[in-house]
Design a protein around this ligand. Structure first.
Ligand SMILES: Nc1ncnc2c1ncn2[C@@H]1O[C@H](COP(=O)(O)OP(=O)(O)OP(=O)(O)O)[C@@H](O)[C@H]1O
Ligand SMILES: [Mg+2]
Length: 264
């Protein structure tokens, strides 16, 4: 689609997104604006529609109404691959690694221009160019950053669940995206992996990466966030800075008896 976008200064602009599954209204007229280089925290109780919004933004499902734009370019209704080529990477609530490739190869696949030419030759044992060697080094550097270089030649199934999640997160960042959507990246991580993830996200954020984070660990997300969008039963009930959102009456009410945002 070629409709002009609403705001060219947003990294990601979501406007009026509406989605039903059968009679179940999962998203109602949702807006979200993510500034370039910001870390945007998307929260809401279970079933609020957070993952569905990620699915719409990343082109995995089509919304019934509304628009999505990336740096002023309208990507509404585009397929996932095309949205990825425009610079959007995401992780999933459930793991999506290639089970038959090593950990380093999994990262290499992400580095290799979103799989434009099949398997990188570095993985086939054939002649490798200097550029492909550099990609291999970069894959190691990413693994090292998360303390996982020692698993480069391991198969994903040899890693703990937490470490496999980290590999998936590395894959998202290694594709050199402009915007990254992280769906509950800290879920299932032990304390040290969680602290490590926190530090790396902070560092990437400081380096101007635009990140949208879904996370049930409020302390984790609020400490990183510049801005917060709150969904409840498919509706945006609040948005603002962490301080503004945490004292918002509608937000506190939505979380009462569920999970306390005020205690974060
Ligand atoms: N493909 C689908 N078909 C039918 N219903 C769906 C589909 N995907 C999501 N839903 C429904 O949409 C609602 C919102 O789900 P969603 O996964 O977006 O919530 P969420 O905010 O990510 O929740 P959680 O915090 O538990 O991950 C739920 O009621 C869910 O059952
Ligand atoms: Mg979800």
């Amino acid at each position: 689609m070629s409709a002009p976008s609403v705001l060219v200064d947003a990294a990601l602009e979501v406007h009026g997104i509406t989605k039903s599954f059968g009679g179940n209204h999962v998203l109602r007229n949702v807006d979200m604006s993510v500034s370039p280089g910001s870390l945007h925290f998307l929260i809401g109780p279970n079933g609020a529609g957070k993952t569905t919004l990620f699915n719409v933004i990343s082109g995995f499902i089509r919304a019934d109404a509304g628009t999505v734009s990336l740096f002023g370019s309208d990507v509404t209704g585009e397929r996932a691959r095309k949205v990825a080529r425009q610079g959007l990477a995401r992780t999933f609530q459930n793991l999506q690694l290639f089970a038959s490739l090593t950990v380093a190869e999994n990262v290499l696949m992400a580095l290799h221009g979103q799989m434009k030419g099949g398997l990188p030759r570095a993985m086939t044992g054939l002649f490798v160019s200097r550029e492909e060697n550099r990609e291999y080094e970069r894959a190691y550097e990413w693994l090292d950053r998360f303390g996982l270089a020692k698993y480069a030649s391991s198969m994903p199934s040899d890693l703990s669940y937490g470490d496999r999640r980290l590999v998936e997160i590395i894959r998202a960042f290694a594709s050199q995206p402009k915007v990254v959507l992280l769906d509950e990246p800290a879920a299932g991580l032990g304390l040290s992996a969680r602290a490590n993830l926190f530090d790396v996200l902070k560092e990437l954020h400081a380096g101007n990466m635009t990140i949208v984070l879904i996370e049930h660990d409020m302390k984790f997300g609020m400490a990183l966030a510049d801005e917060v969008t709150v969904l409840d039963v498919g509706t945006r009930i609040a948005h603002g800075t962490p301080a503004q959102v945490q004292k918002d009456d509608a937000v506190i009410a939505a979380y009462l008896g569920k999970r306390s945002v005020a205690d974060a």
